[in-house]
Design a protein around this ligand. Structure first.
Ligand SMILES: *[C@@H]1O[C@H](CO)[C@@H](O)[C@H](O)[C@H]1NC(C)=O
Ligand SMILES: *[C@@H]1O[C@H](CO)[C@@H](O)[C@H](O)[C@H]1NC(C)=O
Length: 183
């Protein structure tokens, strides 16, 4: 009598885990903030989350470059996780963007972030940059975080950019990960 009950429980547990795994994967925007430190150098004219369809949110961003061309770009990506406040968590990478574009796989985490942005953006080529930078209707997919083993929670991705060795601006993306279970 005991064995079937245990088997049933195991089956239920496995089924539930599979259902959560398949259907509850969620990776979404909560908020976005953009800032240029010197408006004589750059200025954000768009920085918004837009509803594109049922449950689909896209990011639009446009930053005017007022002193092109830009020949040296440094990008720093730092991830934070919210506990009582946001604390640095897991990644903090700084890359020479122009060098990165020649050999992207050397920086796996930055590569992943850039891959996610690249398809929706003209921030997609090596230096120099002599035009404004925009991101158009960028959506998040569960696949983007499938290879990063982060637990459910609230996160912030901070991207800071420098050119010619001077920090120029930053974008903060507030994100929610809800994998439906702890991993
Ligand atoms: C990330 O790394 C940079 C450069 O190594 C450092 O200056 C910065 O303080 C670090 N940020 C955090 C939040 O640890
Ligand atoms: C970069 O993005 C722009 C605008 O979407 C596109 O016209 C261009 O072909 C892209 N370049 C590369 C190298 O992917």
């Amino acid at each position: 009598m005991m064995v079937p009950i245990i088997l049933f429980r195991v089956f239920t547990f496995v089924a539930l885990t599979l259902i959560l795994h398949v259907s509850d994967g969620l990776f979404k925007y909560k908020n976005i903030k953009c800032k240029c430190y010197e408006t004589s150098f750059c200025e954000f004219t768009t920085c918004e989350l837009k509803i594109l369809g049922r449950g689909i949110v896209g990011l639009n961003m446009h930053v005017q470059m007022k002193q092109p061309p830009i020949t040296r770009i440094k990008a720093q990506v730092t991830t934070f996780r919210r506990f009582s406040g946001y604390r640095p968590f897991l990644y903090n990478v700084t890359v020479d963007f122009c060098g990165f574009m020649k050999n992207p796989k050397r920086f796996p985490f930055f590569f992943m972030v850039h891959e996610a942005i690249r398809k929706f953006s003209n921030f997609n080529h090596s230096c120099p940059y002599n035009h404004d930078i925009s991101i158009n209707r960028m959506v998040l997919t569960d696949e983007m975080i499938s290879r990063i083993p982060v637990p459910s929670g609230y996160y912030k991705l901070l991207i800071r950019m420098a050119s010619e060795g001077i920090w120029r601006g930053e974008v903060e993306a507030y994100l929610e990960v809800n994998v439906g279970y702890d991993r």
